[in-house]
Design a protein around this ligand. Structure first.
Ligand SMILES: Cc1cc2nc3c(=O)[nH]c(=O)nc-3n(C[C@H](O)[C@H](O)[C@H](O)COP(=O)(O)OP(=O)(O)OC[C@H]3O[C@@H](n4cnc5c(N)ncnc54)[C@H](O)[C@@H]3O)c2cc1C
Ligand SMILES: NC(=O)c1ccc[n+]([C@@H]2O[C@H](COP(=O)([O-])OP(=O)(O)OC[C@H]3O[C@@H](n4cnc5c(N)ncnc54)[C@H](O)[C@@H]3O)[C@@H](O)[C@H]2O)c1
Length: 471
């Protein structure tokens, strides 16, 4: 099928039959669309914004370019302790240029669209909505009705999330940033308040602080990275304090206003903060409220769409990505995409399992985690043993010197003798995590992990020490 912008004709709605409609094209949606088209199916993709979704344009990729630059500055700052003198004058210009030119082609998805078209798919920019089983309507960018599709095999829902706007008085009237504005900025604010100390807030707070911004994190919860192990949060809080980032925990923003280039932010305690910019990173809202879920018997007010182990969410309906609530990560979206593609095309595939979902927050130290935290394992009723060791106490940590803070924590199901969760916080924590993710995924017996030889002096060798601490 050739690309088309389609429209209703005067003789009535333009209804077209195809094999598969991918509604929302995040990373997983893009992948399943090209996979299904390569398998010979007639595929239509509908995306209201940029094909590829949040990750390449506003999420993972631009934010990791920012982190990379900030880490380079931090490493330069460690030279005096390690290797003499280094003078660095931070400049945001190369960061912005890499994001604009290399990562996002100035927030233009033509390359992604062309890739899909070359694979044989039809792509619409527009709002897609379910209109009953296997049926999708398209509203074109100018507000006119596009074609309606009847999908013989069905519909893949991959509509993702948008930044949540917390109900703070006055906030909507201020020019606050979300991740979308933060990755597009051409300048670094002199001072920045970050609302939210989750992965987005933590990565961005440290990045802008390393580029010279005076940063305050206002965090509702009791600690940074509340979904991770408390030991990892503690390490990060120490590093943030050392780098001059103020972290206010248990703090609630109640009022926001903006005048003459300054944000004034009132906290529940009555305390007032002022800053040049406010970045709201307080979670995500699923794009499920305007996608016609009610037409297929699903709840449009739900935060997630329930799926089975084949990613089926209903009759001729699959759901993948953040909306499934199995981990808002690109790798989960891609994993689910492969499972759903196999189901759509009738190929063999192992059913989806989530016992070993890994994640890494790319702060410095990186915080990697897989499977259950100690608390989650206890809440699940497991008999738990944990082993913990500081990374800087390892031989590699000692030789590394500045910037070696970190922790390895292992969570064992003592009855089965396997790891059900693990954390690797430290330099390259996300890379150390690889070994642990394999152990949790493959349920490698702890006794087998103890017989392994761990290269000396690597960071991952600290896993052996943590195994020795399991108690
Ligand atoms: C700042 C930031 C950093 C991140 N860093 C990482 C990271 O390092 N590693 C990682 O694994 N994950 C990271 N993530 C998360 C990652 O971006 C998401 O998990 C990933 O994009 C997968 O999301 P998704 O496929 O569910 O949908 P999304 O990427 O949100 O894509 C959904 C698509 O659906 C479209 N859409 C929505 N509604 C409609 C509709 N009605 N009709 C048509 N189209 C519609 C949207 O325009 C969008 O293109 C980060 C996220 C953010 C915000
Ligand atoms: N490296 C990565 O893999 C990566 C990076 C960024 C984002 N992500 C994904 O994107 C998701 C969204 O990230 P996020 O950081 O926005 O969400 P989050 O839900 O993980 O964290 C939001 C934080 O904001 C706090 N918060 C919420 N409302 C608040 C308020 N009114 N005042 C103060 N604090 C408030 C919460 O306590 C929480 O700690 C993550 O869960 C993750 O799955 C992944």
């Amino acid at each position: 099928m050739t690309p088309t912008d389609g429209s209703s004709s005067e003789s009535g709605p333009d209804v077209r039959e195809v094999d598969l409609v991918v509604l929302g094209a995040g990373p997983g949606g893009e992948a399943i669309a090209s996979g299904a088209a390569a398998a010979g199916l007639e595929v239509v993709v509908v995306d209201r914004h940029l094909v590829g979704g949040e990750c390449p344009y506003y999420g993972c990729i631009p934010s990791k370019m920012m982190v990379r630059a900030a880490d380079a500055l931090a490493e330069a700052g460690r030279v005096p302790q390690l290797a003499g003198d280094a003078t660095v004058v931070p400049s945001w210009a190369p960061v912005h240029a890499r994001i604009r030119d290399e990562a996002t082609t100035d927030w233009d998805d033509s390359v992604a669209v062309d890739r899909l078209v070359d694979a044989g798919a039809t792509v619409h920019h527009g709002i897609g909505r379910l209109a009953g089983t296997g049926r999708v309507t398209v509203e074109l960018p100018d507000g006119s009705a596009g074609p309606t599709y009847e999908a013989r095999r069905g519909v893949v829902l991959n509509v993702g999330t948008r930044p949540a706007a917390p109900p703070v008085e006055g906030l909507a009237d201020t020019p606050y940033w979300t991740n979308r504005e933060a990755v597009r900025t051409e300048t670094v604010p002199g001072s920045l308040v970050v609302l939210g100390g989750g992965p987005i807030g933590s990565e961005m707070a440290q990045t802008f602080a390393r580029f010279g911004s005076r940063v305050t994190v206002v965090q509702h919860g009791e600690r940074l990275l509340g979904g991770d192990e408390p030991e990892a949060s503690a390490v990060l809080a120490e590093v943030f304090a050392h780098e001059g980032i103020r972290v206010m925990t248990g703090a609630e923003l109640t009022r926001a206003s903006y005048a003459d280039g300054t944000f004034t932010l009132t906290l529940g305690t009555g305390d007032e903060l002022t800053a040049d910019q406010l970045l709201v990173a307080a979670g995500r809202t699923p794009n499920l409220d305007d996608v016609g879920l009610e037409t297929v018997g699903l709840d449009p007010t739900a935060r997630t769409v329930e799926t089975d182990e084949r990613m089926r969410a209903g009759e001729r309906l699959w759901a993948i990505g953040d909306i499934t609530g199995k981990g808002a990560y690109t790798h989960v979206s891609m994993y689910q995409s492969a499972v759903a593609l196999a189901d759509v095309t009738g190929a063999e595939h192992a059913p989806a399992r989530y016992h070993a979902v890994p994640h890494t927050t790319f702060t410095d130290p990186e915080v990697g985690g897989v499977g259950l935290t100690e608390q989650a394992a206890r809440d699940a009723g497991l008999r738990v043993r944990v082993g913990t060791t500081p990374l800087e106490a390892s031989s590699r940590g000692f030789t590394h010197g500045p910037g070696a803070r970190g922790v390895i924590k292992l969570v064992e199901d003592a009855d089965r003798g396997v790891l059900v969760g693990a954390t690797a916080a430290g330099p390259a924590g996300g890379e150390i995590l690889g070994l642990l993710a394999l152990a949790v995924h493959a349920e490698v017996p702890v006794e087998t992990l103890r017989t392994m030889i761990y290269a000396y002096p690597t960071f991952h060798r600290a896993i052996e020490t943590a195994l020795g601490e399991l108690a």
